[in-house]
Write a protein that binds this ligand. Structure first.
Ligand code: URA
Length: 441
């Protein structure tokens, strides 16, 4: 078999055989497939698509291009959640300890933030001392001790994805469902899961803005997860405004610790509700409770009793962080060293549209996120959103507060955030439905 034969067959729109897909993935991992041949095949896949069998074979081949973790010595079902990402999307920090406190082991392998979205690993690093660079032995020890552990992808996990993702980035072939599915699922399945809850976001702050495309992605992810033997469900959720109030690393951890403490602001209700629903699905899919209703009750009890907070505390301590943030979340915020800038509504009216990605870009553009992978993050920078879609405002009312370092940053990001909100005369904005659809096997 030669790479050009595989490329030609996909170029002509044929379905590739398992041998051809495995040859491609092995060739990319070993370097036998040159970058230009791999890029040509990626473009052919982008243009011609892949059927479900090809997608599953590609996912499995990428998964087996590296290590698949084995936690069978931990006598608990293993489950995880994955989000396609959004602005203020911080639910992992609530879900991991919550699921763990309900008897599910959560080996969470997360990512870094880039562009308008934040990453779980970066958020955790906003806790003084918290280490996400763990060896596999440390990851296993923390998982056993706390019921959940958090780390980044290692070079050993799905190495084919690392290479292919870089090539896709350089060849405008990111946005195609078969390649997205194989990329996401090969990394998630490497953690040896029994169950997976997916949060597929759609809207102005989502990776997939268009609802029909996000729905298509959710269906494809659920199909592949289940056919690979992992009980998988997806929620299609709204990302037409920041999730909750906080956007920015320390602010988001603060919002999550308040939720775990049962002290959250009313504006954080979407984070709380979505976290409970996703965790309940993990608990039910993992078989810890027989029904979703029973799982929701168990999750609600674990949050109310403080069990999830204690689980979070144990994890923070085990991963080297300062556990005192659990008692006093204000320790996370160095507000006295920051400038707080009120971002005002320029006119009276109703919030009719929020360009959520613009808020993410505004925060990251002044150091609160990354525009390039190697950028350092200022964890303290961020925005707390007060205004929500449909809210009625007077001229000068706060859209929210920007936390930044100086006046230049305040003007630059403040203006961008102000422009992200449309305040119009329309009083009847359709109520936001946070969970738009549930996609099951
Ligand atoms: N996230 C991933 O991990 N892979 C993709 O292809 C897209 C989003």
């Amino acid at each position: 078999m030669r790479p050009q034969d595989v490329i030609r067959r996909k170029r002509e729109g044929d379905a590739l055989s398992a041998e051809e897909i495995e040859f491609f993935v092995q060739g990319v991992t070993s370097g036998e497939f040159t970058d230009y041949q791999a890029a040509a095949l990626l473009m052919a896949i982008y243009c011609r698509g892949m059927d479900e069998t090809e997608q599953r074979t590609l996912t499995e081949a990428m998964l087996h291009s590296g290590d698949v973790l084995d936690f069978s010595d931990i006598p608990l079902p293993k489950a995880d959640k994955h989000s396609t990402g959004g602005v203020g999307d911080k639910t992992s920090l609530v879900i991991a300890p919550l699921a763990a406190s309900c008897g599910v082991a959560v080996p969470m392998i997360s990512g870094r933030g880039l562009g308008h979205t934040g990453g779980t690993l970066d958020k955790l690093e906003a806790i003084e001392g918290y280490r996400v660079k763990l060896t596999l032995a440390e990851f296993r020890r923390v998982l056993k001790l706390c019921g959940f552990a958090m780390m980044g992808q290692t070079a050993e996990i799905a190495p084919a994805d690392r290479k292919l993702y870089a090539l896709r980035d350089a060849t405008a072939t990111i946005e195609t469902i078969p390649l997205i599915v194989a990329s996401i699922m090969s990394k998630k399945l490497a953690a040896g899961l029994n169950a997976l809850a997916l949060d597929v976001k759609t809207g102005t702050g989502a990776f997939m803005r268009e609802e029909s495309r996000a729905r298509e992605l959710a269906h494809a992810l659920v199909a592949i997860g289940n056919s690979c033997g992992v009980r998988t469900e997806a929620l299609l959720t709204d990302m037409n405004q920041p999730l909750g109030r906080a956007v920015g690393h320390a602010l988001e951890v603060h919002e999550c610790v308040e939720i775990l403490r049962g002290e959250s602001h009313a504006g954080a209700a979407p984070v709380l509700n979505l976290s409970v629903e996703l965790t309940a699905r993990m608990v039910a899919l993992a078989g810890v409770e027989p029904t979703l209703e029973a799982a929701r009750e168990r999750v609600t009890r674990a949050l109310g009793s403080g069990a999830a907070l204690e689980c979070f505390r144990r994890n923070v301590e085990a991963q080297g962080g300062d556990p005192r943030v659990c008692d006093d979340p204000a320790r996370l915020l160095q507000t006295s060293t920051l400038r707080a800038v009120k971002v005002e509504s320029p006119r009276a009216g109703f919030v009719t549209q929020v360009e959520a990605a613009e808020i993410g870009y505004a925060v990251s553009g002044i150091g609160g996120g990354r525009t390039r992978l190697e950028d350092e993050i200022d964890f303290q920078i961020g925005f707390v959103a007060d205004a929500k879609l449909g809210d009625e405002l007077r001229a000068g009312d706060a859209l929210g507060t920007l936390y930044c370092r100086d006046d230049t940053q305040g003007r630059q990001a403040g203006e961008r955030i102000r422009a992200a909100y449309t305040v119009g005369d329309e009083a009847h904005v359709a109520p936001v439905k946070l969970i738009k659809e549930v996609i099951t096997a």
